[in-house]
Design a binder for this molecule. Structure first.
Ligand SMILES: NC(=O)c1ccc[n+]([C@@H]2O[C@H](COP(=O)([O-])OP(=O)(O)OC[C@H]3O[C@@H](n4cnc5c(N)ncnc54)[C@H](OP(=O)(O)O)[C@@H]3O)[C@@H](O)[C@H]2O)c1
Length: 229
Protein backbone atom coordinates (compact mmCIF):
# COMPACT_ATOMS: atom_id res chain seq x y z
CA UNK A 1 0.00 0.00 0.00
CA UNK A 2 2.90 2.34 0.68
CA UNK A 3 4.43 4.05 -2.30
CA UNK A 4 7.54 6.08 -2.88
CA UNK A 5 7.10 9.72 -2.06
CA UNK A 6 9.19 12.75 -2.91
CA UNK A 7 6.87 15.70 -2.39
CA UNK A 8 3.46 16.44 -1.00
CA UNK A 9 0.28 15.34 -2.76
CA UNK A 10 -2.22 17.98 -3.87
CA UNK A 11 -3.82 19.57 -0.78
CA UNK A 12 -7.58 19.58 -0.54
CA UNK A 13 -8.91 22.89 0.85
CA UNK A 14 -12.15 21.12 1.80
CA UNK A 15 -10.47 18.79 4.29
CA UNK A 16 -11.46 19.79 7.83
CA UNK A 17 -9.32 18.69 10.74
CA UNK A 18 -10.20 19.09 14.43
CA UNK A 19 -7.53 18.50 17.06
CA UNK A 20 -8.60 17.59 20.59
CA UNK A 21 -5.89 18.90 22.92
CA UNK A 22 -4.57 20.93 20.00
CA UNK A 23 -2.86 23.56 22.18
CA UNK A 24 0.10 21.31 23.12
CA UNK A 25 3.27 20.90 21.06
CA UNK A 26 2.07 17.85 19.10
CA UNK A 27 -1.37 19.28 18.30
CA UNK A 28 0.09 22.62 17.27
CA UNK A 29 2.76 20.90 15.19
CA UNK A 30 0.10 18.92 13.30
CA UNK A 31 -2.03 22.05 12.97
CA UNK A 32 0.88 23.98 11.48
CA UNK A 33 1.83 21.30 8.95
CA UNK A 34 -1.75 20.66 7.86
CA UNK A 35 -2.49 24.38 7.67
CA UNK A 36 0.52 24.66 5.37
CA UNK A 37 -0.96 21.84 3.27
CA UNK A 38 -4.08 24.00 2.78
CA UNK A 39 -6.49 22.18 5.09
CA UNK A 40 -8.98 23.82 7.43
CA UNK A 41 -7.83 23.41 11.03
CA UNK A 42 -9.78 23.65 14.28
CA UNK A 43 -7.55 23.73 17.37
CA UNK A 44 -9.52 22.32 20.29
CA UNK A 45 -8.91 23.05 23.96
CA UNK A 46 -10.65 23.01 27.33
CA UNK A 47 -10.21 26.78 27.29
CA UNK A 48 -11.27 29.20 24.55
CA UNK A 49 -8.44 31.53 25.53
CA UNK A 50 -5.74 28.85 25.15
CA UNK A 51 -7.24 27.86 21.81
CA UNK A 52 -7.08 31.47 20.61
CA UNK A 53 -3.43 31.76 21.68
CA UNK A 54 -2.60 28.55 19.82
CA UNK A 55 -4.40 29.76 16.68
CA UNK A 56 -2.40 32.99 16.78
CA UNK A 57 0.87 31.05 17.05
CA UNK A 58 0.03 28.76 14.15
CA UNK A 59 -0.96 31.77 12.03
CA UNK A 60 2.47 33.30 12.69
CA UNK A 61 3.99 30.31 10.89
CA UNK A 62 1.27 29.96 8.23
CA UNK A 63 -0.21 33.46 7.77
CA UNK A 64 -2.54 32.41 4.96
CA UNK A 65 -3.66 29.22 6.77
CA UNK A 66 -7.31 28.44 7.49
CA UNK A 67 -6.89 28.05 11.27
CA UNK A 68 -9.60 28.42 13.89
CA UNK A 69 -10.08 27.22 17.45
CA UNK A 70 -12.27 26.93 20.51
CA UNK A 71 -13.57 24.36 22.95
CA UNK A 72 -12.77 20.75 22.05
CA UNK A 73 -16.42 19.75 21.66
CA UNK A 74 -17.34 22.66 19.39
CA UNK A 75 -15.05 21.67 16.52
CA UNK A 76 -16.11 18.07 16.11
CA UNK A 77 -19.38 18.30 14.22
CA UNK A 78 -17.88 19.69 11.01
CA UNK A 79 -14.62 17.73 11.10
CA UNK A 80 -13.66 15.07 8.55
CA UNK A 81 -10.74 13.97 10.73
CA UNK A 82 -10.48 14.25 14.53
CA UNK A 83 -6.99 14.03 16.03
CA UNK A 84 -6.50 13.20 19.70
CA UNK A 85 -3.33 14.77 21.17
CA UNK A 86 -3.85 14.88 24.94
CA UNK A 87 -1.45 13.46 27.58
CA UNK A 88 -1.83 9.72 28.11
CA UNK A 89 -3.29 10.15 31.60
CA UNK A 90 -6.11 12.26 30.09
CA UNK A 91 -6.77 9.85 27.19
CA UNK A 92 -9.70 7.81 28.50
CA UNK A 93 -11.55 10.61 30.30
CA UNK A 94 -11.28 12.92 27.30
CA UNK A 95 -12.72 10.31 24.95
CA UNK A 96 -15.48 9.45 27.42
CA UNK A 97 -16.49 13.12 27.58
CA UNK A 98 -16.43 13.58 23.81
CA UNK A 99 -17.51 10.14 22.51
CA UNK A 100 -21.02 11.27 21.62
CA UNK A 101 -19.76 14.32 19.74
CA UNK A 102 -17.12 12.25 17.94
CA UNK A 103 -19.84 9.81 16.85
CA UNK A 104 -18.79 7.74 13.82
CA UNK A 105 -16.06 10.10 12.66
CA UNK A 106 -12.48 9.12 11.91
CA UNK A 107 -10.60 9.45 15.22
CA UNK A 108 -6.82 9.48 14.84
CA UNK A 109 -5.19 8.53 18.13
CA UNK A 110 -1.68 9.99 18.46
CA UNK A 111 -1.34 9.31 22.19
CA UNK A 112 1.65 7.38 23.51
CA UNK A 113 0.88 5.66 26.85
CA UNK A 114 4.00 6.54 28.80
CA UNK A 115 5.39 8.09 31.95
CA UNK A 116 8.69 9.67 32.91
CA UNK A 117 10.66 8.37 35.88
CA UNK A 118 14.30 8.68 36.96
CA UNK A 119 15.45 6.47 34.10
CA UNK A 120 13.52 8.51 31.53
CA UNK A 121 10.40 7.70 29.51
CA UNK A 122 8.72 4.31 29.97
CA UNK A 123 5.82 2.70 28.14
CA UNK A 124 2.71 2.01 30.24
CA UNK A 125 0.68 -1.17 29.78
CA UNK A 126 -2.85 -0.45 28.58
CA UNK A 127 -5.66 -2.85 29.46
CA UNK A 128 -7.08 -2.93 25.93
CA UNK A 129 -3.61 -3.52 24.45
CA UNK A 130 -2.90 0.01 23.23
CA UNK A 131 -4.19 3.54 23.56
CA UNK A 132 -5.90 3.23 20.19
CA UNK A 133 -7.71 0.02 21.16
CA UNK A 134 -8.72 1.68 24.40
CA UNK A 135 -10.14 4.57 22.34
CA UNK A 136 -12.19 2.13 20.29
CA UNK A 137 -13.50 0.47 23.46
CA UNK A 138 -14.79 3.86 24.65
CA UNK A 139 -15.84 5.62 21.43
CA UNK A 140 -17.51 2.54 20.01
CA UNK A 141 -18.97 4.23 16.92
CA UNK A 142 -15.77 6.02 15.90
CA UNK A 143 -13.52 4.76 13.11
CA UNK A 144 -10.34 4.66 15.16
CA UNK A 145 -7.03 4.99 13.36
CA UNK A 146 -3.63 4.96 15.05
CA UNK A 147 -0.73 6.99 13.68
CA UNK A 148 1.51 10.07 13.60
CA UNK A 149 3.29 9.05 16.85
CA UNK A 150 6.70 9.17 15.16
CA UNK A 151 6.41 12.75 13.95
CA UNK A 152 8.15 14.92 16.50
CA UNK A 153 6.25 18.05 17.55
CA UNK A 154 9.06 20.53 16.97
CA UNK A 155 9.89 19.06 13.57
CA UNK A 156 6.21 19.33 12.61
CA UNK A 157 6.06 22.96 13.69
CA UNK A 158 9.20 23.93 11.78
CA UNK A 159 7.32 24.20 8.49
CA UNK A 160 10.21 25.80 6.62
CA UNK A 161 12.16 22.57 6.96
CA UNK A 162 10.98 19.48 5.05
CA UNK A 163 10.32 16.42 7.19
CA UNK A 164 11.50 12.92 6.45
CA UNK A 165 10.41 9.41 7.34
CA UNK A 166 7.33 7.23 7.40
CA UNK A 167 4.06 7.39 9.25
CA UNK A 168 2.78 3.91 10.06
CA UNK A 169 -1.00 3.72 10.14
CA UNK A 170 -3.01 0.98 11.89
CA UNK A 171 -6.77 0.54 11.76
CA UNK A 172 -9.50 -2.05 11.33
CA UNK A 173 -11.48 0.31 9.06
CA UNK A 174 -10.16 -0.01 5.50
CA UNK A 175 -11.86 3.14 4.23
CA UNK A 176 -10.75 5.27 7.17
CA UNK A 177 -7.21 3.95 6.91
CA UNK A 178 -7.01 4.82 3.20
CA UNK A 179 -8.25 8.35 3.91
CA UNK A 180 -5.73 8.88 6.71
CA UNK A 181 -2.89 7.49 4.58
CA UNK A 182 -3.79 10.01 1.89
CA UNK A 183 -3.82 12.75 4.54
CA UNK A 184 -0.34 11.69 5.73
CA UNK A 185 1.00 12.22 2.25
CA UNK A 186 -0.12 15.85 2.29
CA UNK A 187 2.94 16.36 4.48
CA UNK A 188 5.90 17.03 2.26
CA UNK A 189 8.32 14.07 1.92
CA UNK A 190 6.45 11.94 4.47
CA UNK A 191 5.32 8.51 3.30
CA UNK A 192 2.35 6.56 4.66
CA UNK A 193 2.89 2.88 5.47
CA UNK A 194 0.04 0.46 6.14
CA UNK A 195 0.80 -1.06 9.56
CA UNK A 196 -2.11 -3.49 9.56
CA UNK A 197 -4.89 -3.81 12.16
CA UNK A 198 -5.47 -1.59 15.18
CA UNK A 199 -4.03 -4.34 17.40
CA UNK A 200 -0.60 -3.42 15.97
CA UNK A 201 -0.87 0.07 17.42
CA UNK A 202 0.89 -1.03 20.60
CA UNK A 203 4.10 -1.56 18.61
CA UNK A 204 4.08 1.94 17.13
CA UNK A 205 3.11 3.48 20.46
CA UNK A 206 5.95 1.68 22.27
CA UNK A 207 8.50 2.36 19.52
CA UNK A 208 7.92 6.06 20.17
CA UNK A 209 9.26 5.65 23.70
CA UNK A 210 12.46 4.19 22.24
CA UNK A 211 12.71 7.12 19.82
CA UNK A 212 12.54 9.56 22.75
CA UNK A 213 15.53 7.80 24.34
CA UNK A 214 17.36 7.93 20.99
CA UNK A 215 16.57 11.65 20.71
CA UNK A 216 18.23 12.20 24.07
CA UNK A 217 21.33 10.15 23.22
CA UNK A 218 21.88 11.76 19.81
CA UNK A 219 20.34 15.17 20.65
CA UNK A 220 18.07 14.94 17.64
CA UNK A 221 14.45 14.47 16.55
CA UNK A 222 14.51 10.91 15.23
CA UNK A 223 11.84 9.28 13.10
CA UNK A 224 11.13 5.98 11.39
CA UNK A 225 11.89 4.78 7.86
CA UNK A 226 10.74 1.32 6.76
CA UNK A 227 12.96 -0.07 3.98
CA UNK A 228 12.47 -2.83 1.42
CA UNK A 229 9.68 -1.34 -0.69
N1 LIG B 1 5.29 16.06 21.85
C1 LIG B 1 5.62 15.22 20.89
O1 LIG B 1 6.64 15.40 20.18
C2 LIG B 1 4.74 14.02 20.60
C3 LIG B 1 5.05 13.22 19.50
C4 LIG B 1 4.20 12.14 19.21
C5 LIG B 1 3.11 11.87 20.03
N2 LIG B 1 2.87 12.67 21.09
C6 LIG B 1 1.70 12.38 21.91
O2 LIG B 1 0.76 13.39 21.66
C7 LIG B 1 0.06 13.71 22.86
C8 LIG B 1 0.19 15.20 23.10
O3 LIG B 1 1.53 15.53 23.30
P1 LIG B 1 1.91 17.00 23.79
O4 LIG B 1 3.35 17.00 24.04
O5 LIG B 1 1.33 17.98 22.84
O6 LIG B 1 1.10 17.00 25.19
P2 LIG B 1 0.71 18.14 26.24
O7 LIG B 1 1.28 19.43 25.83
O8 LIG B 1 1.06 17.62 27.59
O9 LIG B 1 -0.89 18.16 26.15
C9 LIG B 1 -1.58 18.57 25.00
C10 LIG B 1 -2.83 19.30 25.40
O10 LIG B 1 -3.72 18.41 26.06
C11 LIG B 1 -4.59 19.17 26.90
N3 LIG B 1 -4.67 18.54 28.22
C12 LIG B 1 -3.73 18.50 29.19
N4 LIG B 1 -4.18 17.84 30.28
C13 LIG B 1 -5.45 17.48 29.98
C14 LIG B 1 -6.47 16.81 30.72
N5 LIG B 1 -6.25 16.35 31.97
N6 LIG B 1 -7.66 16.61 30.11
C15 LIG B 1 -7.89 17.05 28.85
N7 LIG B 1 -6.97 17.71 28.11
C16 LIG B 1 -5.77 17.92 28.67
C17 LIG B 1 -3.98 20.55 27.05
O11 LIG B 1 -4.80 21.45 26.30
P3 LIG B 1 -5.83 22.48 26.99
O12 LIG B 1 -5.30 22.77 28.37
O13 LIG B 1 -5.73 23.65 26.08
O14 LIG B 1 -7.13 21.78 26.98
C18 LIG B 1 -2.62 20.43 26.40
O15 LIG B 1 -2.19 21.61 25.75
C19 LIG B 1 0.66 12.87 23.98
O16 LIG B 1 -0.16 11.78 24.25
C20 LIG B 1 1.98 12.40 23.41
O17 LIG B 1 2.32 11.11 23.86
C21 LIG B 1 3.65 13.75 21.40
Amino acid sequence: MARSKSKESEPDPDVRIAIIGGTGPEGMGLATRFAKAGHLIYIGSRSEERAEDAVAKVRESVPDGHVFGGLNEDGLERADFVFLTVPSDAHDDTIEQLAEAIGDKILIDVVVPMLFDREGPKAIDVEAGSAAQQARAIATDAKVVSGFHHLDASALANVDKPMQGDVIICSDHRGAKDKVMALVENIEYIRAVDGGPLANSKYIEQLTVLLIHINKIYRTHSGVRITGF
